[in-house]
Design a protein around this ligand. Sequence first.
Ligand code: 13P
Ligand code: SF4
Length: 302
Amino acid sequence: WPMHLPWIDAILRLKEQRGAVIMAHSYQSPEIFHGVADVTGDSLSLAQAAASCSAELIVICGVYFMAETAKILAPDRTVLIPDLHAGCSLASSITAADVRRLRAMHPGVPVVSYVNTTADVKAESDACCTSANALQVVEAMGSKKVIFIPDRFLGAYVAAQTNVELVLWNGTCEVHEIFTAQQMRHARERFNAKLIAHPECSPEVLAEADFVGSTSAMSQWLEKVKPDRVALITECSMADNLRTKFPQIEFVQPCNLCPHMKQITLPNIFNCLRDLRHEVTVPADVASRARRALDRMLQVGR
Ligand code: 13P
Ligand code: SF4
């Protein structure tokens, strides 16, 4: 931390001058999450914050689909991302043409897309969801069958809790798909730890978990249960960020790093505010169709 202080000070000064709001996802490193962000949380919290943001300038410390989502929900604000190449294996697993083909194969079946998708894919969808409200959004469609894209593990997790039949896509999160049930058992037996997993993990991993939820739900669960020892089966910064909030809880491995989230750094946040780059834009016709799907998600809420 002390080595980060000069960058943090410089960013805080520049942020003030620019009148900017910095929003950081739970997977951002502690020096960003605790050091410079005004808003932190899961994908749903960031989308809600963007939709109600009064600042002219929003800096998204997260991956590209999060910045696109913020721009669609706050079209008259300037939205910047410190690194344009912060991608996501789920967002790159499906295209708008794929969604049109799925619709042609399943006429009349509504499409729910996870927010971890491009704006083009959202524009082809009836509603978006996050890991915090996927089940509620699927059920709100009022249909016996729903096309659920692109995360097949989140889809399987939702399918197990509803009578709605889900048509799934073969997308996965490269960070969560590599956890194994054996790692889970090891963490439980070796450390006597509670196991909290993100629903992007495989069904075998989720079957071993004491709790499954979005990154914000994980934090709320810890607040409520206050276990002595816990393994957060998700991106490593999650535990790094919560250690400060819950000093009495011991956080144990395993965790995996998301290389895309880690593209965002204090120096590139500083450059972003200094040079007002990189601005995120979404073509108007795509944005207006994607907005409908995102608004439906926000109506369902958490
Ligand atoms: P949530 O913050 O919505 O749980 O999402 C996790 C994730 O992998 C985002 O990239
Ligand atoms: Fe995408 Fe997974 Fe990284 Fe989240 S953690 S941004 S889902 S690759």
